[in-house]
Design a protein around this ligand. Structure first.
Ligand code: ARG
Length: 366
């Protein structure tokens, strides 16, 4: 017997993916892993965003594992973070480890991987949709594969699943002549407009407004693709900050609740019009000692907080100035050890992907 017609329903019902903000009550979250974390092959795209003091280490160690004692310690911290989230009633999911030191090639170039530590960079959740980002680094080309079992499950459960146009990452995407701009000169970005690229961590979700920045991994082409893809339910809006080395917005602004925005006082030097009605809370100076290795981030990673709801926020256990500041602003800080994880370039916001938060789609900004 022949089946004449089968109409496949396009309906999204009861999606396990649904999240509109960074602060609505959290139900389910993906937390990254540091298994097999590997220094990426050196490439010109890394130059503007890897701290200058680490370039030599990256060039020397490329393709080799990160120091095993830091990996082990970060793993323990991730376990602590997971237990703490579960104790707060949140469902926690983890990616599947994939080998990071296996060489891959597109035909035009070869690379090895890095890690699956930062789901925030590779995947963007907007409403009931989860988007695999077209990332600009060759070492992150296949990063989203670690999340494929989850993506398939979420899709089968009713979520929308999509991906940006697969980038080629040819030399034309990069300004191979990139060098540090002279003091006072405008910020120079290492990505060109050859094709769309973006990392999810260059965007923050404020209901109908998705606030982002252009960066050394996110170009205008990528932002335009995202805006057109999301359609007229959302407004993608760009901000520019005082940041000579932008990559990922989540150590520059961190929304904690409607009307409450934690800001990096060095980078946010004037109040953006869209936040006129909000309280801007300047992040306290980072407490990390200089001796602590930070391979891929500045110390402002202290602002990379993760909200369980409008009150509860996870904060690094030794970051006493931040804990005190959060209390004084009326939040309930939940401390978790995370300094060894910080060495890999992120903190709680980077290490997570909030897949489901309760709460409806609203507008919060002017
Ligand atoms: N580029 C930021 C800084 O150095 C760090 C942002 C890290 N965020 C992330 N999602 N990996 O301050």
């Amino acid at each position: 017997m022949f089946l004449e017609e089968a109409v496949i329903s396009p309906e999204v019902t009861n999606s396990p993916v649904r999240s509109y903000t960074e602060w609505d009550p959290l139900e389910e979250v993906v937390v990254g892993i540091v298994d097999d974390a590997t220094f990426p092959p050196w490439h010109p795209a890394l130059e503007p965003v890897i701290p200058a003091g680490q370039h030599e280490t990256f060039r020397r160690e490329q393709g080799r594992p990160f120091p095993p004692e830091i990996v082990r310690a970060a793993k323990r911290e991730l376990d602590e973070f997971v237990s703490l989230l579960e104790a707060e009633g949140v469902t926690v999911r983890r990616p599947e480890p994939i080998p990071q030191r296996r060489e891959y090639s597109t035909g035009a170039w070869t690379s090895t991987g890095m890690y699956a530590a930062m789901p925030r960079d590779a995947l963007l959740v907007v409403g009931e949709e989860i988007i695999e980002c077209p990332m600009a680094w060759r070492s992150r080309y296949y990063e989203s594969l670690a999340y494929r079992p989850l993506l398939k499950e979420y899709f089968h459960g009713g979520a929308r699943w999509s991906a940006g146009p697969k980038p080629e990452l040819l030399d034309e995407l990069y300004d191979l002549e990139w060098s540090e701009p002279a003091p006072g000169d405008p910020t120079r970005l290492v990505v060109t407009e050859f094709e769309p690229t973006f990392d999810a961590a260059d965007f923050m979700r404020f209901g109908r407004d998705i606030v982002g920045q252009k960066s050394n991994v996110t170009n205008e082409f990528g932002v335009a693709w995202l805006a057109r893809h999301l359609g007229d339910q959302y407004r993608v809006r760009l901000l520019e900050f005082d940041d000579d080395h932008p990559m990922h917005i989540d150590a520059t602004i961190t929304p904690l609740a409607p009307g409450k925005l934690l800001v990096n006082p060095e980078r946010v030097t004037k109040v953006p019009q869209m936040f006129k009605a909000w309280d801007l809370l300047p992040a306290p100076t980072p407490a990390l000692p200089d001796s602590h290795p930070l391979y891929m981030t500045s110390k402002w990673i202290n602002m990379n907080l993760f909200s369980i709801d409008e009150n509860r926020v996870v904060v690094e256990a030794q970051d006493e100035p931040m804990i005190a500041a959060l209390r004084s602003w009326g939040f309930t800080p939940i401390p978790c050890n995370f300094r060894n994880f910080n060495s890999f370039g992120g903190s709680f916001h980077c290490a997570t992907l909030d897949v489901r938060r309760s709460g409806a789609l609203q507008s919060y900004l002017d």
